[in-house]
Design a protein. Structure first.
Length: 406
């Protein structure tokens, strides 16, 4: 099945396409792109003769999230283990979904399977929702006749991966929320409070204390140029995140930087290692050859540093090197993971040992998140105290000075 994934351009939409492959077989799929010309060009490079391209229209419903796919996988695995036929399982899950977009997706996949398409091929038509790792595991399950077991393993993998991401987000949510609130408070003080104090100070006469003069000067600048400040901050953040998302060099730089940040860097590093080991363990246990499994592992780690290291490991393994020695050569894996991998290679239980390593680092992430809030609270209080407290004291200094004179 021909699919394509392009770097995200601006104002891109999802296109549904239909055409014929090199054997004259009718193929269909979907692609996120900036226009029909991009879709046609990409498919031509893959040897597809395009006959129809149109924008996909879905009325109502929120966009399909990773959580929706994880819930679907768990439901499908549970029903198939209970002996419910595949097509009937799709009907049950589709009817139970509260999201019209998810219902349409499952209905489309069911229709493809009903006409004789394999389940993995049907999933590959929707690369926006089912990545290569997902499709490869389903394909391995179909080939080995253990689809329900592989779906169960895939559901476990998705649930644990989502749990780690959720813990990382919860750890970052608190400081981000405090910074946003502090910025709003400072904005209100600068625009409304300080100008009111300035009018009062003018009636006092005399020279204002130096800290008060600095705060008033900052307030005047902020009141006059607030639109420029907000534009620069908003535009700067937008271009920063866009370059981070689109530029490989920027991704590598930021991912290296994130791994070196005190406290948070260790948390991110452990979460990346947990995802890396969990992904490779899941793929290897499903019977996917090691070299092919490494194709999906780097991207699933969510970090450019580990993705680059995985590419090098794949090259070394494909030329006959042992996995452990290839991992050691990259210099990014901790000693414990290397030792677990070495034991797994020697004993023939690589998937089991990598799963144990993943469980260890998932527990480590959980413990770090629990202690992170209490660790950050004193620092946040100090920062807020210095910023807001400093402004308040500066504005009250003239009043204190006037009281001492009287």
């Amino acid at each position: 099945m021909a699919t394509a994934t392009l770097a995200k351009p601006s104002k891109e939409v999802i296109f549904e396409w239909e055409g014929k492959d090199r054997n004259g077989k009718i193929v269909r799929g979907e692609m996120r792109a900036g226009g029909e010309a991009v879709v046609n060009a990409s498919l031509r490079r893959q040897g597809v003769l395009v006959t129809k391209v149109k924008k996909r229209r879905v009325s109502g419903g929120r966009s399909i999230q990773q959580k929706d796919i994880a819930i679907f996988t768990r439901q499908l695995a549970t029903m198939m283990k209970a002996g419910v036929p595949l097509l009937q399982s799709f009907d049950i899950v589709a009817r139970g979904s509260t999201n019209p977009r998810m219902t349409k997706l499952l209905t489309d996949i069911r229709s493809d399977v009903e006409t004789g398409t394999s389940l993995s091929s049907a999933f590959r038509k929707h690369p926006l929702h089912f990545d290569a790792l997902y499709c490869n595991l389903v394909e391995a399950g179909e080939a080995g006749g253990i689809l329900e077991a592989l779906l169960d393993r895939l559901a476990i993998y998705q649930e644990k991966t989502m749990a780690i991401k959720s813990k990382i987000k919860s750890a970052l949510m608190y400081p981000v929320a405090v910074i946003i609130v502090a910025f709003i408070v400072l904005t209100v003080i600068m625009i409304f409070v300080i100008p009111a104090f300035e009018d009062v100070f003018k009636s006092f006469g005399g020279e204002l204390p130096y800290p008060t003069q600095i705060v008033i000067a900052m307030s005047k600048f902020f009141v006059k140029w607030w639109w420029a400040i907000f534009s620069l901050v908003g535009g700067g953040l937008y271009f920063f995140f866009e370059s981070w998302k689109r530029s490989e060099k920027m991704q590598m730089f930021m991912d290296r930087l994130l791994l070196r940040i005190p406290v948070f860097g260790d948390l991110i590093n452990k979460s990346v290692i947990a995802r890396w080991t969990r992904t490779l363990s899941t793929m290897f246990a499903a019977g996917v050859p090691l070299v092919e499994a490494l194709d999906s592992v780097g991207g699933a780690s969510g970090n450019a540093v580990y993705a680059q290291a995985t590419e090098q490991i794949q090259k070394d393994v494909s030329t006959g090197s042992a996995l452990t020695s290839s991992m050691t050569a990259t210099g990014v894996f901790p000693t414990m993971v290397l030792q677990m991998a070495a034991i797994g290679e020697e004993s023939g239980s690589l998937d089991h040992m990598l799963a144990k390593a993943a469980e260890f680092y998932e527990d480590e992430v959980d413990e770090m998140v629990k202690g992170l809030s209490s660790l950050m609270e004193p620092f946040i209080i100090v920062i807020l105290g210095v910023l807001i407290g400093g402004i308040v004291v500066s504005m009250y200094l003239p009043i204190f000075k006037l009281g001492s004179v009287v």
